[in-house]
Ligand binder design. Structure first.
Ligand SMILES: Nc1ncnc2c1ncn2[C@@H]1O[C@H](COP(=O)(O)OP(=O)(O)OP(=O)(O)O)[C@@H](O)[C@H]1O
Ligand SMILES: [Mg+2]
Length: 356
């Protein structure tokens, strides 16, 4: 659902802001260090319960203050749902629709933002954690049971690892294996099914952005020829010795190919940005077909690293999405996105609506 109104207190350099947002396209313009990314970070935090820049909450609280507050009104035709977050070095408190919320997932059910920022290439460059998170975010939106399966798997994994570290008896370690296997195999199936759904939109977006065939292959987190149960059995001795579970969906990864070659070995920096963006945009397309009117895309400084032609291609795909857009730019012109429904000027952490 679109975010219609946002109030910010003491978040990064923003002391206070109250914004009436457009349900389609919002543009934030300002100089370097004016607070544009901070604003997107606040919007992202409201839907994800975390930042895309830091894990340290104290960094997000405005210097000299103890707590930040974000309140957002989300909704289509009917009455709005209010999302609220208070954050301090001690942690976050989340409220959804007036009641306290058990987890960040309940924020994302109402407002699930995705981001493409100048760090988007890390999705390809860094280790598998980001790619698993990307994958799981996608599955979360297409399969309702996913969150429960994911939590069951990780609970069993934590318990099994604790038992391994304490050199517990084989019996106590195996007590966790059944749950680990059951939830792990289900997780594996859900991820594979999701990737099959992603293939077609990825092909379309990849071709539009790079002019090349983009494909993704999944590796389960254990040897391809084994079943999970066989792989776990083979790893048992090593697991016991090193006190950690070496195989399973927590070790899964996706490998990305362009024009048949591994992306890591082939593409330039600008292409990396386009490729990582293609993955995210394809994911949004899948999400939009299942939950029309719910998606949101944050684009931080889309022009960075891209030449005119590539930027036009990227913005062309973005314009074709049904998701609500929040875009930052150093300059007010991003012609390929059309006229913004609402435009804001950001200056020293203050945000002004642009009057037309
Ligand atoms: N906790 C904080 N309290 C106060 N100011 C902060 C805090 N964290 C960051 N800042 C400052 O906020 C300012 C704005 O940062 P931000 O990254 O939002 O700028 P930006 O407009 O995105 O700039 P650029 O165009 O260079 O990306 C910076 O000067 C930064 O030092
Ligand atoms: Mg910035």
């Amino acid at each position: 659902m679109p975010l219609n109104r946002l109030e910010i207190d003491d978040f990064r350099c923003i002391e206070r802001a109250s914004l009436a947002l457009d349900s389609r396209y919002n543009l934030f313009v300002g100089e370097n260090a004016s607070g544009k990314t901070s604003l997107l970070e606040a919007i992202f935090f409201l839907g994800r319960g975390r930042s895309f820049r830091t894990r340290r909450l104290d960094r997000l609280v405005r210097q000299g203050r103890d707590e930040f507050r974000l309140v957002g009104w989300v909704g289509g035709e009917g009455p709005a749902t209010v999302l609220g977050i208070a954050g301090s070095r001690e942690g976050t408190e989340i409220r959804v629709g007036g009641g306290s919320a058990p987890s960040t997932a309940s924020l994302a059910e109402h407002f699930p933002p995705q981001i493409i920022d100048p760090d988007v290439h890390k999705l390809l460059e860094e280790g598998p954690t980001r790619r698993r998170r990307f994958l799981d975010w996608g599955v979360f939106h297409v399969e309702h049971s996913f969150l429960d399966v994911w939590q069951r798997y990780h609970r069993a994994l934590r318990q099994r690892n604790a038992a391994l570290r304490q050199h517990a008896s084989r019996f106590s370690i195996e007590a966790w294996d059944q749950e680990l296997l059951q939830a792990g195999e289900r997780l594996d199936v859900l991820r594979r099914e999701y990737l099959a759904q992603l293939a077609e939109p990825l092909h379309a977006v990849g071709t539009a952005l790079l002019g090349l065939e983009v494909t993704v292959a999944y590796s389960s987190g254990w040897a391809q020829d084994d079943t999970f149960i066989a792989a776990l059995e083979k790893s048992r001795e090593r697991d016991g010795r090193l006190g950690i579970t070496h195989v399973g969906p927590h070790r899964a990864d996706i490998s990305i190919r362009v024009g048949g070659q591994l992306a890591k070995e082939r593409v330039s920096r600008g292409q990396q940005k386009l490729l990582a963006s293609a993955l995210i945009l394809a994911q949004l397309r899948v999400q939009e077909t299942l939950h029309p009117g719910r998606g949101a895309l944050l684009l931080d400084d889309p022009a960075a690293e891209l030449d005119g032609t590539r930027l036009t291609a990227l913005l062309g795909v973005v314009r074709g999405l049904a998701s609500q857009l929040f875009v930052t730019s150093l300059r007010p012109e991003l012609e390929s996105l059309g006229e913004p429904g609402a435009m804001f000027h950001v200056e020293h952490g203050r945000i002004r609506t642009h009057d037309r």
